[in-house]
Design a protein around this ligand. Structure first.
Ligand code: ADP
Ligand code: NAG
Ligand code: NAG
Ligand code: NAG
Length: 545
C-alpha cells in the first residue's frame, strides 16, 4: 500500500477513534485529537516528500520541530510530560527537536485550590478537611508536570505531611494523549524506519503506571523494606512513610521531610554536610537497587533527594539521605539482573566476547566498531579514527542516513530488547551527572562494578573441586583485583592531578577535567561516531523534573 493511502487510512482510523473517545470522555477531546493527528500527518508527509539530498534537511527538521512543539504546548497536560520525554531521550531525535523541546520544562502550570479541593473531595470524601487534616496549605510547595504537592498536618497524630495531588487536566486526557503519542511514534517509525513503536508502547505503559499513585505507594513500601532490612543502609538512607488508608490512585499522602534538597550541590558543604558521604550513599544505594535488589528508582533527580541531620540516640546527630517520588520504577527479573551484572563486569574486564554474548541475548548486534564507540574496544585504533573522520566529513543528509542504518543494524531483533534498559541507562546518567556536579568525589564506576561482581558471583558460584578449578578461581580473582586497583588508581590519579592543578598551581586556563567530565566527553564522542548529532549533556538531563 502506498504511503499516501496508508496515511489517509491512518487519519480515518484516528478520527473514528477520536469520536468514540469523545462519547466516553467528553470535554472536547476529539478536537484535540483531530488537531494532533492532522499535524502529525502533515509532518509525515513533509518528511516523505522532502527528506533527500536535494532538500535542506536541517530546515525540514526545524519547521517540523516547530510544528510538533506548538502541538504539545497547545494541548498541555500529558503532552508536556511526553514532550519532556522527547527532550530526555533527545539523542534519538535531530538537534532541531532537542533545542525546541528544551523549552518544555517550565511549561506545567499550577492548578487552583478550587480544583485541588474538588479532587480531594472526590477521592477522600466531602468532609476530608475536617476528618483527615487539622490544616492544609492552599498554596502548593511544588508543581511538576503531572501533580502538585501541598503541605498539611494530620488530625490523627499531628504529623506534618506532603499531599501529592494529581492534576485534573492530566487525568482527564491521559488515554487520548497516550494514544496520540503512540500514533506519533508509529508515524515516526514508518517515516524513518526506526523501531520506535514498541518503545512507545512501553513508555506509554510506564507513564500510565506513574499516574496511578497506588502503584507509587507500593514501590515506596517495597524499597522501604529493602532499605530498612539492609544493615549497610538502615539509618543512613530513609524512605518517607506513606498513609495507605488515606491515599488513592490520585492522592498520595506521605510523611513531610524537613531537610535540604541536594540540588544546592556545593552550598551543602557550608551547611555542614559531608558531600563525599552524601554522594557515596547515593551511588551505593543505587548500585544495590540495580544489581542486587532489582528494584530501581529511575528518577533520582536532585529535587527528589533530600539530605538532613537526624539524632542517632546518643545525643549526637548523623547525616541521612531521604529519597522521594517513587512513581517511576523498574523491577528486574532475576534473569535480567544477572545479565546486566555480567554486562558491567565483563565490560570492565574488557572481555568483549562475553559482552557481545549478553548483548546478543538482548537482540543487539554490536560489531567491533560499535564496541569501540561504546568505549569497549580501542578508541585509538586506526579503524575507529578513520570512522570518526569519515563521519565528520559527511554531509548532513548522509550522516542522518548512516544513523538510520546504524540503528537498524544495532537493534536487529527488537522483540528481545529488554525495554527496562532505556530507563535504567537514563538513570545511570542522572547519577553520573550528580557525581559530576559535586566535583566527582566518588569512584562511581568502582562502586558499581563491585556490586555487579557480587551478583555475578552469587549466580555463578560452585565450590571448587580440583586443582583446575582453583587455578581458574585464582585467575579470576587476579583479574578482578587488577581491575579494581586500576579503576581506583585512575580515580585517585585524576583527583591528585586536579588538586595540584586547580588548588596548588591555581591554573585557570589548563583546568584538569574530572573523571566524570571525561566519561561525559567519551560518551559524546561515541554518540557522534554512530551518527548521533548531539548526545544531551548530563546537565540537560538533570534539569528535567
Ligand atoms: N514528603 C515530602 N517532604 C518534603 N518535600 C516533598 C515531599 N514530597 C514531595 N516534596 C516536594 O515536592 C516536590 C515534587 O514531589 P514529587 O513527589 O517528586 O512529585 P512529581 O512526581 O510530580 O515530581 C519534590 O521535589 C519535593 O521538593
Ligand atoms: C503494555 O500494556 C499492555 C496492557 O497492560 C500489555 O498487554 C503490553 O504487553 C504492554 N506492552 C509493553 C511493550 O510493555
Ligand atoms: C569479585 O569477583 C571475584 C572473582 O571473580 C571474587 O573472588 C571476589 O570475592 C568478588 N568480590 C566481591 C567484592 O564480591
Ligand atoms: C578468591 O577470593 C575470595 C574472596 O575474595 C577468597 O575467599 C578465595 O579464597 C580466593 N580464591 C583463590 C583461589 O585465591
Amino acid at each position: 500500500m502506498g504511503w499516501f493511502k496508508k496515511s489517509l487510512l491512518f487519519l480515518g482510523g484516528g478520527v473514528l477513534a477520536a469520536y468514540s473517545y469523545d462519547n466516553i470522555l467528553g470535554d472536547g477531546i476529539s478536537n484535540r485529537m483531530i488537531r494532533s493527528l492532522s499535524t502529525l500527518l502533515l509532518i509525515s508527509i513533509d518528511y516523505k516528500l522532502n527528506f533527500d539530498q536535494n532538500h535542506d534537511v536541517a530546515r525540514l527538521h526545524e519547521r517540523n520541530a516547530e510544528r510538533l512543539y506548538n502541538l504539545v504546548i497547545g494541548n498541555k497536560g500529558m503532552y508536556i510530560k511526553l514532550g519532556q520525554m522527547i527532550a530526555i531521550q533527545g539523542f534519538m531525535f535531530p538537534t532541531q527537536y532537542q533545542e525546541k523541546f528544551k523549552l518544555m520544562f517550565d511549561q506545567a502550570p499550577e492548578e487552583s485550590w478550587a480544583t485541588c479541593d474538588s479532587t480531594l473531595r472526590k477521592e477522600l470524601g466531602d468532609n476530608y478537611r475536617e476528618e483527615i487534616f487539622s490544616s492544609i496549605e492552599e498554596k502548593p510547595i511544588a508543581s511538576a508536570s503531572i501533580a502538585q504537592v501541598h503541605r498539611g498536618v494530620l488530625k490523627s497524630n499531628g504529623q506534618k505531611v506532603a499531599v501529592k495531588i494529581q492534576k485534573t487536566t492530566v487525568s482527564k486526557q491521559v488515554d487520548a494523549d497516550l494514544f496520540t503519542y503512540r500514533a506519533a511514534m508509529k508515524i515516526y517509525q514508518w517515516v524513518f524506519g526506526m523501531p520506535l513503536a514498541t518503545v512507545a508502547t512501553y513508555v506509554s505503559n510506564k507513564t500510565r503506571e506513574e499516574l496511578d499513585f497506588v502503584h507509587e505507594l507500593s514501590n515506596a513500601q517495597k524499597i522501604s523494606n529493602l532499605v530498612e532490612s539492609d544493615p549497610e543502609f538502615k539509618g543512613k538512607v530513609y524512605i518517607p512513610r506513606y498513609y495507605p488508608e488515606i491515599s488513592t490512585g490520585k492522592v498520595l499522602i506521605g510523611e513531610w521531610i524537613d531537610g535540604d534538597t541536594i540540588g544546592e550541590y556545593m552550598k551543602l558543604k557550608d551547611k555542614g554536610y559531608n558531600i563525599k558521604t552524601l554522594m557515596d550513599s547515593i551511588i551505593r544505594v543505587y548500585s544495590r537497587q540495580v544489581f542486587s535488589w532489582g528494584v530501581v528508582h529511575c528518577d533520582l533527580h536532585p529535587g527528589n533527594l533530600i539530605v538532613r541531620m537526624v539524632p542517632d540516640g546518643n545525643g549526637k546527630t548523623h547525616q541521612q539521605l531521604v529519597i522521594l517520588d517513587h512513581g517511576l520504577y523498574e523491577i528486574f527479573s532475576d534473569k535480567f539482573k544477572k545479565e546486566y551484572s555480567e554486562f558491567w563486569k565483563y565490560t570492565m574486564e574488557k572481555d568483549l566476547k562475553k559482552v557481545k554474548e549478553v548483548m546478543k541475548s538482548w537482540g543487539i548486534n554490536a560489531d567491533d566498531l560499535m564496541m569501540s564507540a561504546a568505549g569497549m574496544g580501542d578508541p585509538n585504533s586506526e579503524q575507529f579514527k578513520k570512522r570518526m573522520k569519515e563521519i565528520h566529513d559527511m554531509s548532513y543528509y548522509d550522516r542522518q542516513v548512516i544513523l538510520k542504518q546504524q540503528m537498524k543494524k544495532f537493534l536487529e531483533n527488537s522483540d528481545l530488547f529488554p525495554m527496562c534498559l532505556a530507563f535504567v541507562m537514563r538513570s545511570m546518567r542522572i547519577v553520573q551527572g550528580l557525581n559530576r556536579n559535586f566535583g566527582s568525589p566518588c569512584n562511581r564506576i568502582g562502586i558499581l562494578v563491585a556490586e555487579a561482581n557480587r551478583t555475578v558471583q552469587l549466580y555463578a558460584y560452585t565450590p571448587p573441586t580440583d586443582l583446575h578449578d582453583y587455578v581458574q578461581i585464582f585467575q579470576r580473582n587476579l583479574t578482578y583485583y587488577a581491575m579494581q586497583i586500576f579503576t581506583f588508581l585512575t580515580f585517585e590519579f585524576n583527583r591528585i592531578l586536579k588538586f595540584v592543578n586547580n588548588e596548588v598551581l591555581h591554573s585557570r586556563t589548563n583546568k584538569v577535567k574530572d573523571l566524570e567530565e571525561m566519561y561525559e566527553d567519551n560518551l559524546v564522542e561515541a554518540g557522534e561516531s554512530m551518527g548521533f548529532e548531539k548526545v544531551p549533556s548530563t546537565d540537560e538531563i538533570l534539569t528535567v523534573e
